[in-house]
Design a protein around this ligand. Structure first.
Ligand SMILES: *Cc1c(COP(=O)(O)O)cnc(C)c1O
Length: 235
């Protein structure tokens, strides 16, 4: 079933790429496995899925430590709001932290990455929707963090682009607006910081990834449409 879901999503991504006049394979698929058990993640891996996303560091550690042992080629990104005391584990587990939302966190990521001499990718998360709570509130704050990277104080941090969550609404125009806001922010920042390759635009989830692809997404984060509904009673 997970295999079928993955094939279906890949097909829909391909169609959305074509509809938007974009190149085949210009959009990466992340499988968001939060609240889903190891055996389901293994099923996704057996179907060829390599990129995974988790919200909570503790849960990610419990599941992925053993998964990495048996599947060295898979990658994990942290996509949920990150407290500073979780950064150490996050940095050692993940290849990218997508939910960078404040300067303090950037400094802590650099500190922990330098301790284990690891280069870690980050995406700057921008708040673009009324209802969602996470992300930099303003472009000025986001720019301040990029300035900090540009000043050479984060040699272990590789800025790769931007992430956002659209508001939870059935109003397609609000969802689209949120994605356009992120794309425009990214264009501005790419101009201001040409020394970085800020090409990743992580936007789109199960309910809205086709709109996100139309608006330039390069990475969609899909949970429910791959693994089914999450059972929040288990944790
Ligand atoms: C849970 C989550 C997703 C996946 O959401 P679905 O609606 O299940 O596809 C994507 N991005 C973030 C940041 C999430 O927390």
């Amino acid at each position: 079933m997970i295999r079928d879901n993955l094939l279906l999503i890949q097909e829909k991504i391909r169609l959305a790429e074509i509809k938007a006049g974009r190149k085949a394979d210009s959009v990466k698929l992340m499988a968001v496995s939060k609240f889903h058990p190891i055996n389901e993640i293994q099923e996704a891996i057996a179907s060829g899925q390599t990129l995974f996303g988790e919200n909570r560091v503790q849960e990610a550690k419990e599941k992925f430590t053993s998964l990495f042992d048996t599947n060295p080629s898979i990658q994990l990104h942290i996509i949920g709001q990150l407290q500073s005391n979780k950064v150490k584990n996050a940095v050692s587990l993940a290849s990218c932290i997508q939910s960078l939302d404040r300067l303090d966190l950037l400094k802590e990521i650099e500190k922990q990455a330098s301790k284990i001499n690891k280069q870690i990718e980050v995406l700057f998360e921008l708040h673009t929707g009324e209802e969602s709570k996470s992300g930099y509130e303003t472009l000025e704050e986001l720019e301040e963090s990029l300035e900090y990277c540009a000043s050479g104080q984060t040699p272990h941090v590789i800025p790769k682009g931007f992430m956002t969550m659209a508001p939870f609404t059935s109003d397609e125009s609000l969802i689209r607006k949120s994605f356009i806001t992120l794309r425009e922010a990214s264009e501005k920042m790419k101009k201001n910081f040409p020394q970085f390759s800020l090409d990743e635009l992580s936007m789109g989830m199960s309910g809205d990834f086709e709109i996100a692809i139309e608006e330039g997404s390069t990475l969609v984060r899909v949970g429910t449409a791959i693994f089914g509904e999450r059972d929040y009673s288990k944790k």
